[in-house]
Design a protein around this ligand. Structure first.
Ligand SMILES: Nc1ncnc2c1ncn2[C@@H]1O[C@H](COP(=O)(O)OP(=O)(O)O)[C@@H](O)[C@H]1O
Ligand SMILES: [Mg+2]
Length: 402
């Protein structure tokens, strides 16, 4: 199979990549430009652990992609190297571990022990963790990343006990680092938890376009071949991400996807066109992800807006959407929800950024909403098609509306 051989050879001798992995989001690079201040601050807060003192708890916040996770992992890695066994750490992402039980089970696991997945009371698991930790005679630094997921799903019970654990430990000590993108979640916290978690606070501001360019350039140096990038590529990735709240994750994702597009096309260099293609793909995936997780009637209202826009006039009122929606429900054989609920759904879709609904005055007839799609039609259609129930009937409904 010479063709297969060709494919394999190409993969071995990429014209674009030197090491693709260096651009993946979970890779923590050796250098984090424009985060010196936060690295030094966190380093100073944690340094006392080297001399056997318990560091203050730290609360870290800032928007997505501002380097919170990367900086925390980086500083901890350096600290653990330096501590030569005196300090231990655990990193827990609360998006995956969003119950009190799971967090404690993960902590126990990081001490080299284990507990069953279920069956024990949380109090029992906590007590085991406390005993294991104390017998270690170490300082333990626990990172709870995306801590808002834990608190919103399961409350702050485990945080309360973890912030108080030191009074029950004789030989070990524990410090917490809580990280979040969502400052509002602190409203859900017991004031005592809030104040002990926030002994120290660190803010991560969004990156500017210029800063993102520096970051991308350094990461691209080792990941991509020297001549594989057209000059405008990095500035474009940085500019797009700077508009999205300075999100470095997006900047890297754009660069990686653009490079993959170029490679798939067998091109020698990545160009701005590849970045635009990558941008469209990323937006499409976001739209699809949002739609997949929506309840059926939210999808049906979105479908109604899609149909109204595709086959009628580009701006619709709530009443018109409601009529199309009822029609869709009839064709699907499901009972419609009320117009009032549809109106709420329209506001939800607006907040998700899938549609634009602006309120306009109709003089003495009151006010109404003018509704139009904000995301691309193809992405919306693809998102809706990912619903099994809708998949079979969608083409049929669209046909009938033409
Ligand atoms: N200063 C930086 N230098 C290099 N890469 C960075 C820098 N800041 C963030 N990154 C990268 O950007 C992505 C998002 O950063 P991350 O730390 O996950 O953000 P957050 O946790 O704030 O959402 C990660 O892949 C990370 O490696
Ligand atoms: Mg993070």
């Amino acid at each position: 199979m010479s063709i297969l051989n060709e494919i394999f050879e190409k993969a071995l001798h990429s014209r674009i990549f030197i090491n693709r992995e260096l651009l993946l989001p979970d890779y923590v690079p050796d250098e984090l430009p424009h985060r010196d201040k936060q690295i030094v601050q966190l380093g100073k807060i944690l340094a006392p652990s080297l001399a056997g003192y318990r560091p203050s708890n730290v609360f870290i916040y800032g928007l997505t992609g501002t380097g919170k996770t990367a900086v925390t992992k980086y500083v901890l890695r350096k600290l653990i190297e330096k501590a030569k066994g005196k300090v231990i750490s655990a990193y827990i992402n609360c998006r995956n571990s969003d119950t009190n039980y799971r967090v404690l089970a993960d902590l126990i696991f990081s001490l080299g022990k284990s507990v069953p997945f279920t069956g024990l009371s949380t109090a029992e698991v906590f007590s085991r963790f406390k005993n294991y930790l104390d017998s270690k005679r170490k300082i333990m630094i626990v990172v709870l990343d995306e801590i808002d997921y834990l608190v919103k799903k399961s409350g702050d019970g485990v945080l309360y006990h973890l912030t108080r654990i030191n009074s029950c430990l004789k030989h070990s000590k524990l410090s917490l680092i809580g990280i979040t993108n969502d400052l509002k979640f602190t409203e859900y916290l017991d004031p005592r938890v809030k104040s002990s978690l926030g002994e120290e606070e660190l803010v991560f501001p969004p990156y500017t376009g210029k800063e993102l360019e520096d970051i991308l350039r350094i990461r691209a140096e080792k990941a991509l071949r020297k001549d594989a990038l057209a000059p405008g590529v990095i500035p474009l990735c940085a500019a797009i991400a700077a508009k999205q709240n300075g999100d470095c994750r997006l900047a890297l994702d754009l660069l990686l996807k653009a490079a993959e597009m170029a490679e798939r096309e067998d091109a020698n260099i990545v160009t701005e066109r590849h970045v635009r293609l990558a941008q469209r793909e990323i937006e499409k995936n976001l739209v699809i992800d949002v739609i997949i997780s929506m309840p059926l009637h939210v999808k049906l209202v979105l479908l109604a807006i899609y149909l109204a826009e595709a086959f009628n006039t580009p701006e619709q009122t709530t009443g018109e959407i409601f009529n199309v929606y009822k029609d869709v429900c009839r064709k699907m054989g499901v009972d419609p929800v009320t117009q009032r609920r549809v109106s709420e759904i329209i506001s939800e879709l607006d907040m998700l950024g899938l549609i634009n609904a602006k309120v306009v005055s109709m003089g003495r007839y009151g006010r109404t909403k003018k509704i139009k799609l904000a995301a691309s039609k193809t992405s919306i259609l693809e998102g809706l098609k990912s619903d099994r129930e809708l998949y079979d009937i969608l083409e049929h409904i669209i046909e009938e509306f033409k």
